[in-house]
Design a protein around this ligand. Structure first.
Ligand code: ADP
Ligand code: ZN
Length: 721
């Protein structure tokens, strides 16, 4: 009798055993459909010895219904899934589900019907049809996908099909992607680049697990250098995964990749259409998609012959996922490399302290690119002390920065102003009665977005139209914007230099890859004089004519008491500074601050990275913080305040008493209300060597909570709110 164990995607159930009918082939990793009561669910066949379950007598086993037409999840991927579940204290099924991220892909390939504009104009031109004609230009997709793009109902689109405005096309969802050519355009590497590339290529060819920290200043050619390792992996028949922290960066990466390898890589991120997901997932699973560039979720794709993993801008905190399975893609990438037996490259100009420490201890090999490519020099950094050089009342750009901006405009060079805050102002209040606009679902102020005339919560997305009168006292024209956001800075630039062409770059303006491409094109063609942006503009971009960077408020990131605040501020400002002077013209950076004496600001001014990291390392060592000690957060939430408090108390009351584990809290979270849920936090601080995960699992496993309570565990947390 053929008994198999199945991991099924139902949080309430453990693994289940089934019978395999004669003549059907399954192996570990096979994706199957199994009966569960009257329903059918999807599961993955797992090695029974790795997945304990209660044995069911043979005569009670039900047969599996179907093996889905996809290759079994590869063994190294299954090992990584197990590791993730174990390390991040997450249910195995929740992690495994991330590997089956396209339902359509599991059902097989085949033809799909997509639609596109015919270019004709027939019938009645309703406003919706005009809107659709406008927005669907150059688009192709299913009716549902087009409906989303055009912002009209599916009925409108079906009407357009009938009137011959849209036509159908049959698309093979398993059509292959063009293959990148490792020799398409090869660049001669500079000395240090060549040395670094050789080390990576060696490891690729040897199919050896080796984490590399590719540590090169901004503009040193890290991308160009790891492209050599990508080429080597392609030549030896391997697949390559490149992780980027931000979808907005994908577009410029695609272009660079294409100019080196002759075709774009396959992309993977959350805003892919479902047909694109299906195609990408299946092509990856059959080893035909050679290079995938994607967001963190791409780590769970079922590559059968991975040859190399690259994590670009590896210090970025967006690699850390903060809901669902709370994992850090940078660390999971290293583990996937371990299980696949392939090298992993972490590239950054401002590595995380954790990564540097790994290099120090010899576990990662450090590859250093000390100079900018082509002789460009690093920009000169100056501090603007806001206590002495005050901006005009109600303004945020201090006189030295104003002067520098005007100079650039005169010379026809570009400037970049950085402020990590979307919208116009972070707080709006009534001058008459003092009313403040607050989110009903979160303990947060509503941020004014003046361009779209709304007040929005940046935590939950709650929005209201900006009212004419105060909702509390009814006074008209009494609302005051407090503090700056990028929209306000852009407005100020327009006041100072009305003739300047200003581009606002935030996630509100670069809403699609196409918009991002448009921005890059305009900036490269000198159609923009001043870029005003959030952290979105701090990384990756290479604009040769950009010679001035202004940091509006260097102190902003230092507030809030986050463990990594200083490191993050350092990284963000060093990265944005790195956008200046990347070609022949030298760059200049002005940093506005009220705390010029802060260690991080001083380090930026003197360019002494090593001193900053050394001081930061000591501080962490003393605090027992990562990478020297371990942190884990337990976050308790419920829509019912009392229930959340009670559950947090119950957890606190059963805390284990261990010599090398310190437990702080429970205390109300700084963001005590989030998306309508009341939140409490506990923080576990342990010695590096202690088995924090086991301690937490055993501690929480003995407790039972009401159904409305959610208890989340965050290992190596990045967010403390
Ligand atoms: P980083 O990612 O380290 O900031 P980039 O890879 O963006 O640096 O390189 C900076 C610029 O120098 C890019 O325009 C890149 O194309 C160019 N560059 C770097 N190395 C080479 C090389 N070996 N040959 C030609 N161009 C190079
Ligand atoms: Zn909110």
């Amino acid at each position: 009798m053929n008994r198999i164990r199945c991991l099924v995607f139902n949080a309430a159930l453990g693994p289940l055993d089934y019978r395999v009918p004669e003549g059907i082939d399954v192996e570990p990793g096979s994706v199957v459909v199994v009966p569960l009561g009257p329903r059918q669910i999807i599961g993955v066949v797992w090695e029974a010895e790795r997945l304990p379950a209660t044995e069911v007598p043979a005569h009670k086993l039900r047969p599996i219904l179907q093996v889905l037409p996809v290759p079994p999840l590869p063994t190294p991927l299954r090992r990584m899934i197990e590791w993730c579940a174990d390390y991040y204290v997450a249910p195995l099924a929740a992690v495994a589900r991330m590997a089956l991220s396209s339902n359509a892909a599991l059902q097989g390939g085949g033809k799909v019907t997509e639609y596109r504009l015919t270019g004709r104009e027939n019938g009645r031109m309703t406003p919706q049809r005009i809107q659709a004609l406008d927005l669907l230009n150059g688009q192709q997709g299913t009716i549902r996908e087009l409906g989303e793009v055009a912002g009209v109902s599916e009925a409108v689109l079906r009407g357009m099909v009938q009137h011959d405005l849209l036509e159908s096309v049959q698309v093979d969802s398993d059509r292959p992607y063009p293959e990148p050519d490792p020799h398409f355009v090869e660049h001669a590497l500079a000395g240090a680049q060549q040395i670094a590339a050789d080390r990576m290529v060696d490891a690729v060819l040897a199919r050896r697990f080796q984490p590399f920290l590719l540590d090169g200043v901004t503009g040193s050619g890290k991308t160009e250098t790891y492209f050599e390792a990508v080429a080597a992996a392609l030549e030896s028949g391997g697949q390559v995964l490149v992780l980027l922290p931000e979808i907005a960066l994908t577009q410029s990466f695609l272009k660079r990749f294409e100019s080196r390898f002759g075709t774009e890589p396959v992309t993977w991120h959350s805003s892919l259409k479902s047909s694109e997901r299906r195609r990408a997932w299946r092509q990856v699973a059959w080893g035909k998609a050679k290079v995938v560039v994607g967001a963190r979720s791409a780590l769970f794709l079922p590559f059968p012959k991975l040859g190399l993993i690259v994590v670009d801008e590896a210090h970025e905190i967006s690699f850390k996922q903060d809901d669902g399975v709370r994992y850090n893609a940078r660390d999971v990438a290293v583990m996937r490399g371990h299980f696949e037996n392939v090298p992993v490259v972490l590239a950054s100009a401002t590595p995380a302290l954790e990564s540097l420490q790994m290099a120090e201890s010899g576990r990662y090999e450090r590859l250093i690119l000390p100079d900018r490519f082509g002789g460009a020099s690093l920009p000169e950094i100056q501090i603007v002390d806001l206590r002495e050089q005050q901006p005009e009342r109600g303004h945020w750009i201090a006189p030295p920065l104003v002067t520098a901006l005007k100079e650039r405009l005169q010379k026809g060079e570009q400037s970049l102003l950085f402020l990590n805050r979307r919208g116009y102002a972070p707080l709006t209040l009534c001058r008459h009665c003092g009313f403040r606009f607050q989110c009903p679902n979160c303990s947060a102020w509503l941020v004014e977005h003046r361009l779209s005339r709304r007040l929005a919560c940046h935590h939950c997305g709650h929005e209201v139209a900006t009212p004419e009168r105060c909702p509390e006292c009814g006074e008209p024209d009494c609302l005051v914007a407090c503090g700056p956001g990028v929209e306000r800075i852009a407005e100020e630039v327009a006041q100072i230099m009305p003739e300047a062409r200003v581009a606002l770059v935030t996630s509100d303006t670069l809403t699609s890859p196409a918009k991002a491409a448009e921005f890059v094109e305009m900036a490269a063609n000198k159609a923009i004089d001043v870029i005003v942006g959030t952290q979105l503009v701090t990384k990756g971009y290479h604009f040769p004519d950009l010679t001035l960077v202004g940091v509006i408020d260097a102190d902003m990131g230092l507030e809030g008491g986050d463990l990594r605040a200083a490191e993050r501020t350092y990284q963000q400002i060093a990265q944005v500074a790195g956008r200046a002077g990347r070609a022949e013209k030298p760059g200049e950076v002005l940093i506005q601050t009220r705390h010029p004496e802060a260690a991080v600001i001083a380090a930026l001014a003197s360019g002494d990275r090593d001193a900053f990291y050394a001081a930061e390392t000591e501080a962490r060592r003393e605090a027992g913080a990562p990478p020297f000690g371990r942190w884990a957060a337990i976050i308790v939430s419920s829509e019912d305040e009392a229930e959340a408090k009670e559950a947090a108390r119950a957890i606190g009351g059963t805390r284990p008493n261990l010599p090398d584990v310190m437990i702080l809290g429970p205390a109300p979270a700084p963001l005590s209300l989030l998306r309508g849920r009341h939140r409490y936090r506990l923080l576990v601080n342990a010695r590096r060597t202690s088995e924090v995960q086991r301690v937490i699992r055993e501690w929480l496993d003995q407790l039972r909570f009401p159904p409305g309570v959610r208890v989340a565990v965050d290992i190596d947390p990045y967010s403390f709110v």
